[in-house]
Design a protein around this ligand. Sequence first.
Ligand SMILES: *[C@@H]1O[C@H](CO)[C@@H](O)[C@H](O)[C@H]1NC(C)=O
Ligand SMILES: *[C@@H]1O[C@H](CO)[C@@H](O)[C@H](O)[C@H]1NC(C)=O
Ligand SMILES: *[C@@H]1O[C@H](CO)[C@@H](O)[C@H](O)[C@H]1NC(C)=O
Length: 364
Amino acid sequence: LNLIQCNSLLLLLFIHFAESGIPAQVVTAIDINTTANQVYKHNFPDTPLWNKTIEGITLDEFNKLSFDMILMSPPCQPFTRIGLQGDVTDPRTKSFLYVLDLLPRLQRLPRFILLENVKGFETSSARARLVKTLTECGYTFQEIMISPISVGIPNSRLRYFLIAKISTEDLNTQAPSKVRYRAMCNKKLLFCMFEGTDVLFKLETTAEAQRKIRQNSNLSVKQIKEFLEPQMEVNMEPYLLPPKTLLRYGLVLDIVQPTCRRSVCFTKGYGRYVQGTGSVLQCCMETKIESVFMGLDQCSEEEKLQRLLKLKLRYFSPREVANLMGFPQHLIFPEKIPTIQQYRLLGNSLNVVVVAKLLQLLVS
Ligand SMILES: *[C@@H]1O[C@H](CO)[C@@H](O)[C@H](O)[C@H]1NC(C)=O
Ligand SMILES: *[C@@H]1O[C@H](CO)[C@@H](O)[C@H](O)[C@H]1NC(C)=O
Ligand SMILES: *[C@@H]1O[C@H](CO)[C@@H](O)[C@H](O)[C@H]1NC(C)=O
């Protein structure tokens, strides 16, 4: 297979393909983001990488590439909630609309397409245009909402995927498109803010707390500890949450232990912002979490801090986030890429295991 990749973070897609065990060659990777391109080049020095926007590529250039599959992850900011029709007028959607416009005019249609986007895309008008174009071009397709939890990875990341292939049957008897929602895992923040007193010792509802307990008891999901770096070998000091952060956000942190079978979605703000950007890890197991949070709001600042420090809370390292995202060990960030940038790239990334499974489904 010859592939072409275009999206805002190519680095990820190529690796998915290698991981899925499908013999394939990437004919070109396209991205305009300098950081993403640096990482990509470092890992795949021999793959042609175009530092361009999609709109900057002509029909002629696309035709010359002669590809069988296109993998794309168009900018997702515009696709948010039901009813918002602004999505296709948002300038960030331009590259996506350009691809849709180009597709029917290609000399040879790619046999396969995989598209990823955020939850909410399924109700956007951009999705409606995509479906129309695919149908007109004679593709059959399937839409899937999936989170890594449903493939046994202890991390929530609910995403929309569309996989399409050229229909070899009579176009008139095409199977209707089908939306399949599989093991939906709610990505909404795992904590709620309350006015006045809270339900439990942390700022979360009973329902949320129960859900966490339920998730942690699902034995078909792996434990967090399988994704951690060897604690003896790596200095975790730089990842500890600073006192200021503990005091300010202690009650809204999503804390997981190495034995947990869940964590919340890591976003590109991880390591910089605390609330809703991803889970933090409790490193000191001797301290019971209840003993820290019980009556914490009545403590003086000093005592609050002393209590919270006992848990030894830290961020997951970029390597560990990459592990949870399914990246193989040989993915390397060049040394000059700062930690914060690494989190940002990972936060914009896709789960490799999920994509690999979808590609297998697509080409099988
Ligand atoms: C590239 O992407 C990273 C991660 O999303 C982002 O922080 C950075 O600002 C982007 N840089 C450019 C030049 O677009
Ligand atoms: C890629 O293109 C951008 C914008 O055109 C430019 O700023 C950047 O220097 C280019 N990067 C490389 C590595 O050529
Ligand atoms: C447990 O996890 C598996 C695999 O991730 C999933 O298919 C199953 O639905 C989960 N069971 C429950 C009760 O949530």
